[in-house]
Design a protein around this ligand. Structure first.
Ligand SMILES: O=C(O)CCC(=O)C(=O)O
Ligand SMILES: [Fe+2]
Length: 334
């Protein structure tokens, strides 16, 4: 398994919004190649300060090192429709089976009196901030803002790679993106026998995922040539495409299955995925002029087609997230 299977793309020319030039053209071409091949790449030159990421890594370790009672003071069951809070290892399901990770569900911070929250819009609301450690809230919010800016830049690159105007996705879907953020810990303590994966095979639901992973490793990507490792590369983030880009490109760019091995390193593995998704009320439509995709339902991990649903992104997402925490979903997302 050659380590350099997944390319590293320098975002500097996209970030500087350079006028058309060789560096920009190369970055856009590299994005196109990666999206056509498997939809996974690393980004460098992203402008997100390493100090911010490592501060959040440190604070996250401090949070997870606390006893269960402290972590469970703000459980997801207390987050209600906002779908926020802490869940313990084994609590979250992928394809109906428990994952061996614990975590915090977070997202855009909306006050309780925001119109969307008052209207009971699922997945919108205030975060359930842990009491400790100090500084977690400020650091998460700063990280979210900076990481969302990176996603916006990558999405401009993806638009250009499809010969679309750079702001194609922004205009239609992400002026107010749905931002879902998680801080995960893959515990080093052994998993129960029935649990086989840190995270089971799945694709992400939205447009784009920006993933920080610590130096432990364990992420694997299902490319057409089989499963390959996506090992940690210091100073980079992993970027991968979600189901909505697959749908919008009629399958030209695929949302690629990935999974995380059980952590047997002897040290906790911290990761934070940011899901940069279409606005909850937007209707994801295929891009004009692209050929229809082959129906890939039979070969997809979930047997569902991203091309055949109708409705808003929120409709699509709610069907998915309800399965991840089935009891909680049944109780609060109806
Ligand atoms: O933690 C990771 O490395 C990957 C997590 C992931 O794939 C997800 O949350 O969708
Ligand atoms: Fe994922």
């Amino acid at each position: 398994m050659p380590i350099d299977r997944l390319p590293i793309i320098d975002l500097t020319p996209l970030r500087e919004q350079a006028v058309d030039g060789p560096d920009l053209r190369r970055a856009v071409q590299d994005i196109r190649q990666a999206c056509l091949a498997h939809g996974f790449f690393y980004v460098t030159g992203h402008g997100l300060p390493d100090a911010l990421t490592s501060r959040l890594d440190t604070l996250s370790r401090t949070f997870f090192a606390q006893p269960d009672e402290a972590k469970l003071r703000r459980p997801m069951s207390a987050g209600g429709r906002a779908w926020r809070g802490y869940f313990r290892a084994g609590g979250e399901l992928t394809s109906g089976r428990p994952d061996w990770k614990e975590g915090l569900y977070l997202g855009t911070e909306l006050p309780a009196d925001h119109p969307l929250v008052r209207a009971g819009t699922p997945l919108h609301g205030p975060n359930l901030w842990p009491d400790a450690p100090d500084g977690l809230r400020e650091t998460v919010l700063a990280y979210l803002e900076a990481a969302a800016a990176v996603c916006a830049i990558v999405l401009r690159g993806i638009a250009l790679s499809l010969d679309l105007p750079a702001d194609y996705f922004e205009q239609r879907y992400t002026r107010e993106p749905l931002l879902l953020f998680r801080i995960f810990n893959y515990p080093s303590r052994p998993a129960p026998e029935a649990v086989a994966w840190g995270v089971g095979e799945h694709t992400d639901y939205g447009l784009l995922t920006l993933l920080y992973q610590d130096d432990t490793g364990g992420l694997e990507v299902h490319t057409p040539d089989g499963w390959v490792d996506a090992p940690p590369v210091p100073g980079t983030f992993v970027c991968n495409l979600g189901d909505m880009l697959d749908r919008m490109t009629r399958g030209l760019y695929r949302s690629t299955p990935h999974r995380v091995r059980l952590n047997v390193s002897g040290r906790d593995r911290i990761s934070f995925p940011l899901f940069y998704d279409p606005n909850f009320f937007a209707t994801p439509a295929p891009i004009e002029g692209l050929d229809a995709a082959a129906d890939d339902r039979a070969t997809r991990w979930d047997g569902a087609s991203v091309h055949e649903f109708s409705g808003t992104y929120g409709d699509y997402l709610l069907r998915k997230v309800g399965k991840v925490f089935p009891e909680l979903g049944a109780a609060v997302l109806r």
